[in-house]
Design a protein around this ligand. Structure first.
Ligand SMILES: Cc1ncc(COP(=O)(O)O)c(C=O)c1O
Length: 376
């Protein structure tokens, strides 16, 4: 089975008019490997990034013999203006992953703990355990969203960090903005609150009403992370940043082994931030495939958590390892939920996370799922 985007790409490639038509339609991003299964496992953006970033990178590529000069500084300036903070509140990195990893390096040590939810995104919490600390999990609420009372109750004198991913990965549920703000502002001062907003641009209500980035001016012990990998579709280029008080970011810098974005990634990130219109277009595309996929899951009678990111967590009714295997046999990658507290696994035994691809990919996902679950 071919990825539909490839076959369309091939048809378009045969004529000059086709090339123009493909560009005008902006069908999808170029696949990295035409033979690979449909990638609905890693929350990559199938729609691609702004053509302005591509043009700017092509124009700059001849300068690859020089080290990064002003490109990252310029990226930081634009990010700072966008976030409404001074440039020294921005820590630029190759994707947002390094901000999570550096936070673990700077804040973890044996005897300390990190408080988070089960299930949850495990990059910071996993790194926290590598540096000697432990994880204290609290369950998500009945709707698979954040239970802030439970998070607050789990904090003790040995808690170094609380990790919140909003919307949460892998459940996709968005936190109530007032409750999140209250939590951030009332968490004990010795605790670093880390809010990972990797998918926030894609929430139905968008980034602005939900982001807690402005609170870095009020709370020193707060880091918010942002990535260009999701709504801005620059995952392979690697750009992201942390937002926090300079004194807090200084703690991370001590562990930095050279994790800045490359000059090309910094150039692409600048263009991505400047072209908000393109990001809005991608938001709309995501909303469209999300609505389509929700309707299909409804039709199949499958429950799912309210999806506000680039993916949907649904209850398949079949062992999820089996679903992943069978879907792969149908050429489609999906994943099992992760970041689950020990002992909590049975609750998620039949839940599966599917990333939102383009419409054709989601249509193929639905038919493969029907076949896998015997619903065809
Ligand atoms: C919630 C969350 N945070 C952070 C990341 C790290 O991604 P990146 O390093 O590409 O910004 C991911 C990647 O999937 C993610 O899902």
């Amino acid at each position: 089975m071919h990825r539909p985007t490839h076959s369309l790409g091939r048809i378009f490639a045969y004529t000059a008019a086709g090339v123009l038509a493909a560009a005008a339609l902006s069908l999808t991003a170029a696949p990295t490997d035409p033979e690979s299964p449909i990638r609905l496992g890693s929350n990559e953006n199938a729609f691609g990034y702004t053509p302005k970033a591509k043009d700017a990178m092509i124009a700059a590529i001849e300068s690859g013999n020089y080290y990064n000069r002003n490109e990252v500084d310029e990226m930081v300036k634009i990010a700072a203006a966008k976030e409404g903070v001074q440039p020294d509140f921005i820590y630029p990195t190759a994707g947002s992953g390094p901000v999570l990893e550096l936070t673990a390096a700077a804040f973890s040590k044996p005897g300390l703990n990190i408080v988070t939810t089960t299930p949850g995104y495990p990059q910071l919490t996993g790194a926290f355990t590598k540096w000697g600390g432990t994880i204290k999990y609290t369950p998500v609420d009945a709707k698979m969203g954040y239970d802030f009372a439970a998070l607050a109750a789990a904090i003790d004198e040995n808690t170094a960090v609380v990790y919140i991913c909003n919307p949460n990965n892998p459940t996709g549920v968005l936190a109530d903005p007032a409750e999140l703000r209250k939590f951030v502002m009332t968490a004990p001062p010795h605790v670093l609150v880390f809010v990972d907003e990797a998918y926030l641009e894609l929430a139905d209500s968008g980034l602005m009403p939900n982001t807690v980035a402005p609170l870095v001016k009020l709370r020193r012990n707060l880091i918010v992370s942002r990535t260009f990998s999701k709504a801005y579709a620059l995952a392979g280029l690697r750009a992201g940043y942390g937002i926090g008080h300079p004194d807090t970011l200084a703690k991370l810098r001590k562990y930095d082994l050279g994790l800045a974005p490359s000059f090309l990634a910094a150039i692409a990130a600048q263009e991505a931030m400047k072209d908000q219109e393109y990001m809005e277009l991608n938001r709309k595309r995501y909303a469209e495939v999300r609505n389509y996929t929700k309707k299909q899951l409804d039709r199949l009678g499958l429950a799912y958590a309210d999806p506000q990111g680039a993916f949907i967590l649904f209850k398949s009714g079949m062992d999820s390892a089996e679903v992943v295997k069978k879907m792969l046999a149908e050429n489609i990658m999906v994943t099992r939920p992760f970041g689950i507290a020990p002992g909590d696994e049975p609750k998620y035994a039949d839940w599966v996370r599917v990333s939102l691809g383009n419409m054709e990919e989601m249509q193929l996902f639905v038919s493969a799922l029907e076949k896998t679950l015997g619903k065809n």
